[in-house]
Design a protein around this ligand. Structure first.
Ligand SMILES: [Zn+2]
Length: 257
């Protein structure tokens, strides 16, 4: 079974039917991340039709400003969500430094809640790798999945020492830096993702589909000198390990059976 730990099914829009068909046909266990409250509600609706889909809630750093001052409105969704994602900081695509305080405020609110509820967090770090890492340490966040890491080596190495997990996605097909990261990571910390439909679109201009996860797995196998099957099994075992005793893992077990 393939594992796509980070995508955004609500963003497939008119291509959703096709995406869901691929997920079912190719048995892709899919964690559908949210970027705000409306996208979370859509992801929950989408997941009703499939055992392969786990909808999770977070506020993307690009949307943080909308929720500053009313974080309590998020509490019901945070409590309901089995994993927290997508949250984090972005100082790369967001140029207006006046928005960074909002990003930090919302990110910290989620880190506090995740700590209390002992949940995995799925973290966006683009251009803010150092500050994101500082906050994760400050809040003693225990189970961390770093999504699409593309930052400096020294922070990557320190995060690895902290036992954070890392997703490798479609950029591994195109970028030497991501390929180097994919080669460096310890096997027990690697997860796979697509970040679709936007992940591929941001690189090539064409919309990605769920089955791109197969290409990601193939490339990981090539880079690490192993087989697709071993990568698939490794990723599945890693997801089960980071999941610990979480009840959503029954969905992974049902899907893989
Ligand atoms: Zn994302």
């Amino acid at each position: 079974m393939f594992i796509d730990v980070h995508c955004h099914l609500d963003r497939y829009k008119e291509n959703l039917g096709y995406a869901l068909e691929q997920i079912k046909q190719h048995r892709i266990f899919t964690i559908s991340n949210s970027m705000d409250l409306p996208s979370y509600k859509q992801n929950v609706q989408i997941a009703v039709s499939s055992d392969f889909i786990l909808p999770v809630f977070g506020i993307h750093p690009w949307n943080a400003s909308q929720y500053v001052g009313c974080p309590k409105d998020l509490d019901w969704a945070i409590s309901e969500s089995p994993i927290i994602g997508e949250i984090g900081l972005d100082y790369y695509f967001v140029n207006e430094t006046s928005l960074y305080d909002d990003q930090r405020e919302v990110f910290e609110y989620f880190l506090k809640a995740a700590g209390r509820q002992k949940k995995i967090v799925m973290v966006h770090t683009k251009g803010a790798e150092s500050e994101t890492f500082q906050l994760l340490k400050q809040y003693n966040t225990e189970r961390v999945i770093i999504h699409w890491y593309s930052g400096p080596w020294h922070i990557l190495k320190a995060m690895v020492e902290h036992g954070f997990y890392f997703t490798i996605g479609v950029e591994v097909l195109f970028s030497q830096h991501i390929q180097d990261i994919a080669r460096y990571l310890p096997a027990e910390l690697i997860l796979s993702e697509t970040d679709n439909p936007g992940g591929k679109q941001s690189i090539t201009g064409t919309v990605g589909t769920p089955l791109l996860i197969k290409d990601v797995v193939g490339k990981l196998a090539e880079i690490r000198g192993t087989s697709d099957q071993i990568i698939t099994t490794t990723v599945q075992n890693n997801l089960i390990r980071v999941g610990g005793r979480d009840s959503w893992l029954t969905k992974v077990r049902t899907s893989s059976g």
